[in-house]
Structure formats: C-alpha cells, structure tokens
Design a protein around this ligand. Structure first.
Ligand SMILES: Nc1ncnc2c1ncn2[C@@H]1O[C@H](COP(=O)(O)OP(=O)(O)OP(=O)(O)O)[C@@H](O)[C@H]1O
Ligand SMILES: [Mg+2]
Length: 287
C-alpha cells in the first residue's frame, strides 16, 4: 500500500506549496492513472513515491516504510520503479547494456547473472540487439524504452511512469500501453501519468489533479462524466465522450461516459444495429 497522509510540498519557502494537504491510498496491484494540466504537480507527487522528494509536511509510506527514514530508501527504490518524464535524466551507462544493468550492479549482483536479465528486459520492451549502442545515439522513443527496461530489470512492485508515451510513434505507444496492461495483469501496481485520458481507459482508477490538489478520484467512466460536466482549463474532455455527446445531441441513443475508441465503436455499432432492427432499411456490414 502507498499512503500519503496530509502531504504538502514546497520547493522553496518563497513560493507557494506545489502539493497541498494531500491524502491518498494506492493498494498494491492497482492501476492508477494521474492526469491534470501542466504544472499542477503530477511529477512532484510521483517523486514522493520513491523518496526523491520528502514532504515538507505530512508523511508518505510505501508498504509501511516512511520516506523520511533514509535507511529505507534503498528498499523503497527497489519496490517502486520510476520511469522519468525526460528519458535523458535516466541515462547513466556508456552503453544500453550498462545502462539497463545499472540498478542490479548497484545491488552488487554478479555480472554473469545480470547480462541474461538485461537481454530479457530489453526484449520485453522490443529493444533486442541494442545492447552495445551508446545511449546518446538512441532516438527519444528508444531512450524511453531502454529506461523502462532498466526499471523492469529490478522487478519492482509498483511501476511509476511519467508520460511514458511521449516521443513515441503510434506503434511504440501501443507497445508501451500493451506492456503496462500486461504488467498490471501480472499483479504489478501501476501509476501512470498522462495528458491523454484515452490511453488509460483500462485503469482501475483515474486521479485528476489541479493546482496541487486532487479534485477527482474515480473509475474511468466516473472521471469521464466529471470532465464532461465542467469547463476544464488545461484538460480536455475525452475526445470519444465529446463525440458521443455530439451524436446524442443529434438524436442518437448513446451513453456519454465513453473513453476508448473500442468502447465508442461498440456503442455506435449496437445503436446502428438497433436502428436496423427498428427501421429495417439500414445495412450494416459485419467483418
Ligand atoms: N525544482 C523545482 N524548483 C522549483 N519549482 C519547481 C521545481 N520543479 C517543479 N517546480 C514547479 O512546481 C510546479 C509543479 O511542477 P510539476 O513538474 O510537478 O508539474 P506537472 O504536473 O508534472 O506538469 P507537466 O504536465 O508539465 O509535466 C510547477 O509550477 C513547477 O514550475
Ligand atoms: Mg510532469
């Protein structure tokens, strides 16, 4: 369990707090998405999950370990794997192989045990054959995938990803999203920061932040309904929900709290099927 108890955080005393009186509980194995406009504090919040930042007030507990206890930091960082927003910040090795191996080398695991695991971690993210490449020669998307491999190799209980699909083409994005889903199904807790609610329709829960506070915490359909019900500076209503709302305005009998293309397709398809049955003149071609 990850627990935030009344957490506030201030980068310096002259500026207002970036996080304010935040309470939060994330059970192990849950898939949590975190959304909110630029600068609302998402990255600041998740840096508290592996003790990169320590609260100015309040406490953060990771499976009972308080991030204030320096002696717990190593264990906390083994349990909470962090993939940063900017993959350049995560590069430490002279080759991709060294880079991915870094965490295990720090734990003094012998090299002969590490390198098969490096290959396995790279193949998990579709980066086989990149072992000897210098990290600075990788594209943005490849750097991101290599940094995810470097975290997966540690076998964490929670995987925290800060905008993991930034820089990626549609294939790379799908690969990452599939991998996140797979890891979640295998029991890993996921904390996924994103600006695109469409990519977290599968999350157990979506948390919406605004100016350092949680303003909504619910299931994807609940959060979708919330976003549709108000003007959201910096946060667009989910595009599929907006489409459904427009169709509804034109008389279609559709729900509006839809986030993913797949669900929108299902609803529109069943609505058209119903119309065909009622009117008998529309033709729908099934694949
Ligand atoms: N090291 C720092 N020193 C001072 N202020 C900072 C520092 N890092 C972040 N901030 C400020 O804290 C606020 C929250 O930043 P944060 O990076 O957590 O936002 P975010 O929600 O992750 O935004 P984005 O969606 O753009 O990544 C911003 O106003 C930012 O300018
Ligand atoms: Mg950020």
């Amino acid at each position: 369990m990850i627990t935030f108890k009344d957490v506030s955080y201030q980068y310096d005393e002259k500026t207002p707090p970036v996080l304010e009186s935040m309470d939060l509980r994330i059970p192990e194995g849950q898939y949590v998405a975190l959304i909110g406009p630029n600068g609302c504090g998402k990255t600041t919040l998740i840096k508290h999950l592996n003790a990169l930042l320590i609260p100015s007030r309040g406490e953060v507990l990771i499976n009972g370990m308080n991030t204030r206890e320096t002696s717990c930091h190593r264990d906390i960082r083994c349990q909470v794997g962090m993939v940063f927003q900017n993959p350049d910040h995560q590069i430490v090795g002279m080759s991709v192989e060294e880079d991915v191996a870094f965490g295990l080398e720090n734990l003094a695991v012998p090299s002969r045990e590490i390198y098969p695991l490096v290959r396995e971690a790279l193949s998990r993210v579709g980066m086989e054959g990149f072992e000897k490449r210098a990290p600075f020669t990788l594209s943005g998307g490849e750097k991101r995938l290599a940094s995810i491999a470097g975290v997966l190799i540690m076998n964490p209980r929670y995987l925290v990803l800060d905008e993991p699909t930034a820089y990626l083409d549609p294939t790379g994005r799908r690969r990452i999203l599939r991998m996140i889903r797979q890891l979640h199904q295998e029991g890993m807790g996921i904390i996924h920061v994103t600006h695109d609610i469409g990519e977290v329709a599968d999350a157990d829960r979506i948390i919406v932040m605004e100016r350092g506070a949680i303003i909504m915490d619910g299931t994807p359909p609940e959060v979708c309904a919330f976003l549709m019900s108000r003007d959201n500076p910096g946060l667009e209503a989910p595009i599929m929900a907006a489409l459904m709302a427009k169709l509804k305005e034109s008389g279609w009998d559709l729900p509006t709290n839809i986030i993913s293309v797949e669900d929108a397709h299902k609803e529109i398809h069943s609505c058209l099927t119903q119309l065909t049955r009622d009117n008998g003149f529309l033709r729908i071609h099934h694949k």
